[in-house]
Design a protein. Structure first.
Length: 177
């Protein structure tokens, strides 16, 4: 199961266009129309997904500028506070999703290389590192199971936590610079 959205969309589009669409009765105009709409929408989503975050950042920046331009006439403390909040969020959003994904890929590779040396070692640091790797793998598996929960693969879905709860920041959970 692929959980990367871009790859999953490619797989779905390939299945729809190469297997499902050709199997639909050519005489069923409504079904033909609907498969065309679905393929078109999924194609749009797959082409826009890589720029969706930039689009949102651009909109936020434009709204901040607009709010600054109308602030003198508005004389609104609420508007000024919203500009400050928005500007703070915009500053924190300056990393691109592509940079984030590249950093994830880099860390996965480097951690994998480092972890591959651990089984041959018997020192306490190696044992602790092995436990940390196993714990992280367990947490990642749970996140991935939660990600695809709605597809119905779990025999006991109630035992899998909500994805949003797994992603929510908790004390000491997020790395600091």
């Amino acid at each position: 199961m692929q959980i990367r959205t871009e790859l999953a969309l490619q797989a779905v589009l390939k299945s729809l266009t190469e297997v499902i669409a050709p199997a639909i009765d050519r005489g069923d105009k409504m079904a033909q129309e609907q498969i065309g709409l679905v393929v078109g929408l999924l194609t749009l989503i797959s082409t826009r997904l890589p720029v969706a975050f930039a689009y949102d950042c651009d909109e936020l920046a434009r709204l901040i500028e607009l709010a600054k331009q109308i602030a003198p006439a508005a004389g609104s403390d609420e508007l000024e506070a919203a500009v400050e909040r928005g500007a703070g969020i915009w500053q924190r959003a300056l990393v691109s999703p592509a940079d984030l994904t590249a950093a994830i890929k880099d860390l996965r590779g480097v951690i994998g290389n480092a972890a591959s040396t651990l089984p041959a070692r018997t020192d306490a640091a190696a044992r602790a590192a092995t436990r940390a790797v196993l714990q992280a793998a367990s947490e990642q598996l749970l996140r991935e199971r939660s990600w695809v929960l709605m597809q119905g693969w779990e025999s006991e879905p109630a035992t899998v936590p909500d994805l949003e709860g797994l992603l929510a920041p908790s004390a000491g959970r997020w790395p600091t610079a």
